[in-house]
Design a protein around this ligand. Structure first.
Ligand SMILES: CC(=O)SCCNC(=O)CCNC(=O)[C@H](O)C(C)(C)COP(=O)(O)OP(=O)(O)OC[C@H]1O[C@@H](n2cnc3c(N)ncnc32)[C@H](O)[C@@H]1OP(=O)(O)O
Ligand SMILES: CC(C)C(=O)C(=O)O
Length: 509
């Protein structure tokens, strides 16, 4: 039997951008649109053209740049909005005008200050006008989740007759429950006589954390387009998250029995791009793309994953573009995970020695949130952590600015060479990068930064900045921490600490 395909309508660039503080400039919106196309999104809602000249230009540029996906522009049920949307999307290979008008009595009476009859007339008039410009018209019955079903069905039937090829049923304020929302979709399918002439779409908000559940329930009941955003960003608590819906369908193929065009391997990259451009961080425990989505901390789970990944992972991290899952060592870890890590660090220890290290590990883990490779080496080598540092930072200076190439000079003593003082300078993409390049020139360590975070540990403009980083050397992760009121100095100190740990490790081997 031929499987239906779910149309993914991504509204990161429109509703997603309505997340407070998440707005993107022209270039950023274009970058996201291109990545959404690579991700395999069927329809990209690029913006709300009437809302500002900048948004109009962004939608127009996206319409020109995107070749495979449809490009939609949002419009109220008003001629000037629809005309502006068309003027922006008409450059697309597959343009769409998305017209919305509320159908709940609350919105009709309080917000729009109209009657149901006027709304019906406005909706039909708007769709007819849109259709005279563009063949692909989507109509959204805003606040459908709280709309009277008789009136909603009447509007849906009328806009399909007027030319809408997609009818969207939004749960605008995230009010409905999954079974209830699914039943509404089923009822629309049953009651609207011409419903087969249009695609039923849903657009769910996350006010009660049910946006994805409601979208999936709608799919079970016949919706064939889902409107969603990357990382679930959007107005208030956000929209249904694209990655969660796409992966639910992929992980449970027999349950949903539908397909989609999303190239799930591009999910993680897209999530990173959107969070870095909008500045909206992804919560660590976010499904599919959160930092902990494929990280295991507890001993029983780690043991299971080491024996067979599927015991605690329903998705393969590679399927969403995350290179591998990780076993984070901490106070809940057990022997299997610790001994496995010790082995992969190149140590071959007798079982008695391993037991002793496990005991020390548990004591340390009670004090420290995460145990890194260098902590384990310190436990094994006993004195590794307390060893005199090999390279000492004597002096560091960096210059940067809007019209300067960031440049840094560092002076370091090499305690292996009778405290010989070495000095180097380097340029970089920023002052920290330049400083690290100058340090690399002196220490000549094969070390690669894998993680870098900076936070203020006190308040005010003279706050102390604390840099915490992780760096990879010979397959092992070394951590470094540095504190200073000067963030470049804090960065240099943290990097030097990781380098010294790595060098000490080399010496022991
Ligand atoms: C559910 C959603 O997410 S809908 C999309 C929401 N997104 C946005 O609002 C972002 C972009 N918005 C904007 O930049 C501005 O709101 C604009 C440019 C669109 C409009 O600005 P303004 O003309 O100053 O109006 P304002 O936003 O204050 O009020 C909205 C007006 O649109 C009317 N309106 C609201 N929805 C619709 C609709 N679907 N069709 C027709 N009119 C509508 C309101 O009744 C109100 O009209 P009034 O001025 O006669 O009272
Ligand atoms: C414009 C519509 C689809 C919308 O954003 C909503 O109802 O939340």
């Amino acid at each position: 039997m031929k499987q239906d395909k779910i149309i993914f309508f991504d509204t990161t660039l429109r509703d997603g951008e309505q997340s407070p503080g998440a707005s993107m400039n022209f270039q950023e919106k274009l970058l996201v649109a291109k990545q959404l196309e690579t991700l395999g999104v069927d329809v990209i809602e690029a913006g709300f053209p009437i809302s500002s000249p900048g948004d109009f230009e962004s939608v127009k540029a996206i319409a020109k740049a995107v070749k495979k996906s449809s490009v939609a522009g949002l419009a109220r049920a008003s001629e000037k909005d629809i005309k502006a949307a068309w003027d922006a999307v008409k450059y697309a290979k597959k343009p769409r005008i998305h017209i919305f008008l509320a159908t709940s009595d609350l919105h009709i009476e309080k917000k729009l200050q109209k009657t149901r009859a006027q709304i019906l007339e406005m909706a039909v008039k708007a769709v007819k006008y849109g259709k005279s410009l563009c063949k692909d018209i989507e109509f959204s019955a805003e606040d459908a989740g709280r709309s009277d079903m008789d009136f909603l069905c009447k509007v849906v039937e009328a806009v399909i007759n007027a030319g809408a090829s997609t009818v969207n049923i939004p749960d605008t304020v995230g009010y409905t429950m999954p079974a209830e929302f699914g039943a509404k979709i089923a009822e629309i399918k049953k009651r609207v006589p011409n419903i087969n002439k249009a695609i039923i779409s849903v657009h769910c908000h996350n006010d009660l954390g049910l946006a994805v559940a409601n979208s999936l329930s709608a799919i079970e009941n016949g919706a064939r387009q889902v409107e969603c955003t990357i990382n679930g960003i959007g107005e208030r608590a956000g929209n249904a998250s694209l990655e969660e819906i796409a992966m639910a369908i992929k992980v449970r193929p027999h349950y949903y029995n539908v397909g989609h065009n999303i190239n799930t391997k591009e999910i993680y990259k897209t999530s990173k791009l959107v969070s870095s451009l909008t500045g909206v961080a992804v919560q660590v425990n976010k499904a599919v793309v959160g930092a902990n989505a494929f990280a295991h901390e507890s001993g029983i789970h780690q043991d299971g994953v080491l024996k067979s990944r599927e015991t605690y992972e329903i998705m393969n991290p590679a399927d969403v573009g995350v290179p591998e899952s990780s076993l984070v060592l901490g106070k809940h870890s057990g022997r299997h995970a610790l001994f496995n890590r010790i082995k992969s660090l190149g140590y071959k220890l007798e079982s008695k020695a391993l037991e002793q290290i496990f005991e020390k590990f548990k004591v340390l883990a009670d004090k420290k949130k995460v145990i890194f490779d260098d902590d384990i080496v310190a436990l094994i080598e006993e004195d590794a952590a307390s060893e005199k540092e090999i390279f000492s930072l004597v002096y560091q200076s960096a210059t940067s600015g809007t019209a300067t190439i960031p440049t840094a000079t560092v002076r370091i003593t090499d305690n292996n060479k009778k405290d010989k003082v070495l000095q180097e300078a380097a340029c970089g993409v920023g002052p920290v990068d330049a400083t690290y390049r100058a340090i690399d020139k002196i220490t000549k360590m094969d070390i690669k930064l894998t993680d870098f975070s900076l936070k203020a540990v006190s308040s005010g403009v003279d706050a102390l900045g604390e840099v915490f980083l992780k760096a990879k050397h010979k397959g092992m992760i070394f951590s470094g921490k540095g504190t200073s009121t000067d963030i470049v100095e804090a960065s240099a100190k943290a990097y030097m600490q990781a380098i010294n740990k790595a060098k000490a490790f080399d010496k022991k081997k």
